[in-house]
Design a protein around this ligand. Structure first.
Ligand code: URP
Ligand code: ZN
Ligand code: ZN
Length: 500
């Protein structure tokens, strides 16, 4: 009988807090010992010259999801999770997406049935709320939050998904009362629609006009409005897939004013630009996502936002559509930009692309881990089970070779999309061995676990979703003539485990 199931020896262990040289002892799927020198294990993994980091958490990805336009994403929970884990990720948080008229409870059930038999790594679900009926707000959401679905995404654009400001306020008030995190897709719908009509009227239908219609100012305006809605209700929000200077400035100003506003960005805003949408023929369709990639100056601002803490989370927003009639070209071979499914793949390259930031001296290793996993775990109620290497944490571990090199080529990837927007990019630093709950899931490129061996994770109510307790006069009963507008049951104050 050995003491450990697995020991990882001689590695450089990196967490969001520190870098240390130590061995890791794993038993029953958990980290149980961190010490100078361990042996006596069924399996010993030598991590000499390697970085041993918490497995990544991709907290924004669309898997086996039907888009608002009725197009099925290319990856199911098998290909999506296999691809994720080859790229250094051991937990995903995709969406259980409500289409209007659907019960959220039924939607969640349906996504479980898709994920359970296929996922090879652990997963939780965010909810997408497109139909916030009385039943949804008063009954379904509180029950689902109790059951571990403690975050939801709302959209300010897309005809089939968007909520008006009042619906957003209702959802924010519900999140405040129940302790959930609200993720916001912030783009001004009417600005986009107005620009789109003008472009189409003048015959400007090519993919490059997608980036014109989804103007940076539309993202900036909606981000400003989302922040003001959040402030009115005293409820934190996380603005997802931020791409543009105006939105970044709004988030940073709100943070500087002490508001609990969090930001997320994605690889497409670091490595792609609107020029990519202007490729020959329909090639630009591969790069159509919302918000769209911007320009070199905005790329630099996004890198800066990762380095200076404006962004807490770095996700892929993997929204995989094949470049054929099942996906990007579902409306025909030459569709106008309005009929091209929005989204780019990136679940496997998210972390190797982010690691470029470490190699180029833009990010420390601590910042890398913070962005790759720790903050997503904190913001979505999975910390410290996930997102760190500590006694009692799940042994979700990514062993990286910081000197391994790769020129990105789609045939090395494991998704079902058929292309990568990052073709040809040079990378240094790659995950080589991946453990999920102590199981070696990938070793030197080989998948070693079965379909369906991933587990569903119930998320706690995130401390970072707690209200500030700093009420505007109009919603503060001590200053608004006693009008009890907000429920005051939620514990306010320190959000704890603050993001860096
Ligand atoms: O274009 C994108 N990002 N598509 C995915 C859906 C979303 O809004 O995140
Ligand atoms: Zn979105
Ligand atoms: Zn998305």
């Amino acid at each position: 009988m050995t003491t450990y199931d697995v020991v990882i020896r001689n590695g450089t262990v990196v967490t969001a807090a520190e870098t240390t040289q130590c061995d890791i002892g794993i038993r029953n799927g958990k980290v149980v010992t961190l010490a100078d020198s361990l042996d006596d294990a069924d399996r010993v993994i030598d991590a000499t010259d390697k970085l041993v980091m918490p497995g990544g958490i991709d907290s924004h990805c669309h898997i086996e999801q039907e888009s608002s336009g009725g197009i099925q994403s290319a990856d199911d929970f098998y290909s999506g999770t296999v691809s994720a884990v080859h790229g250094g990720t051991t937990t995903i948080i995709p969406f259980a997406a409500q289409h209007r008229g659907q019960s959220l409870v039924d939607v969640v059930q349906a996504y479980h049935e898709l994920a359970r038999p296929k996922a090879v790594i652990d997963y939780a679900f965010h909810l997408i709320i497109s139909d916030p009926t009385e039943e949804v707000i008063a009954k379904e959401l509180p029950a689902l939050i109790d059951d571990g679905y403690t975050s939801f995404k709302v959209y300010m654009t897309y005809d089939a998904l968007r909520l008006d400001d009042r619906q957003m306020l209702d959802i924010l008030a519900c999140a405040r009362e129940e302790g959930a995190m609200v993720m916001v897709h912030a783009e001004n719908h009417e600005m986009i629609q107005w620009l789109t009509s003008r472009l189409l009227d003048r015959g400007h239908i090519e993919p490059r006009y997608h980036a014109i219609a989804h103007a940076g100012i539309a993202e900036g305006e909606a981000t400003h409005r989302a922040i003001r809605l959040s402030e009115l209700v005293d409820t934190p929000i996380l603005v997802v897939h931020v791409s543009d200077q105006k939105a970044i400035n709004e988030i940073r100003a709100a943070q500087a004013a002490g508001l609990r506003i969090y930001g997320e960005t994605c690889p497409q805003y670091l490595f792609l630009t609107a020029e990519d949408l202007d490729r020959d023929g329909m090639e630009g369709a591969k790069y159509c996502c919302s918000p769209p990639p911007r320009d070199d100056a905005n790329q630099q601002l996004v890198w800066d936002g990762l380095a200076n803490g404006t962004f807490q989370v770095f996700s892929s927003d993997h929204a995989p559509y094949r470049f054929d009639e099942t996906g990007k070209l579902s409306a025909g071979p030459n569709p106008p930009f309005t009929k091209i499914a929005n989204g780019v793949p990136g679940i496997e390259l998210r972390l190797p692309l982010l690691f470029r930031g470490v190699k180029e001296g833009r990010l420390s290793l601590q910042q890398f881990v913070t962005l790759a996993s720790a903050n997503a775990a904190r913001i979505y109620g999975l910390y410290p089970r996930k997102g760190t290497i500590a006694i009692g944490s799940d042994a979700d571990i990514a062993i990286w070779d910081p000197e391994a090199e790769m020129t990105v080529s789609y045939d090395q990837l494991h998704d079902d999309v058929g292309y990568t927007p990052y073709e040809g990019i040079q990378l240094t630093g790659l995950p080589v061995t991946m453990l999920s709950r102590g199981r070696v899931v990938v070793d030197e490129g080989e998948l070693l676990v079965d379909r369906g061996s991933g587990e569903f994770l119930r998320c706690e109510r995130p401390a970072m979703a707690r209200p500030l307790g700093r009420l505007l006069r109009e919603v503060d009963p001590s200053r608004n003539f006693g009008a009890d507008i907000l429920d005051e049951d939620m514990i306010s104050g320190d959000a704890g485990q603050g993001a860096s």
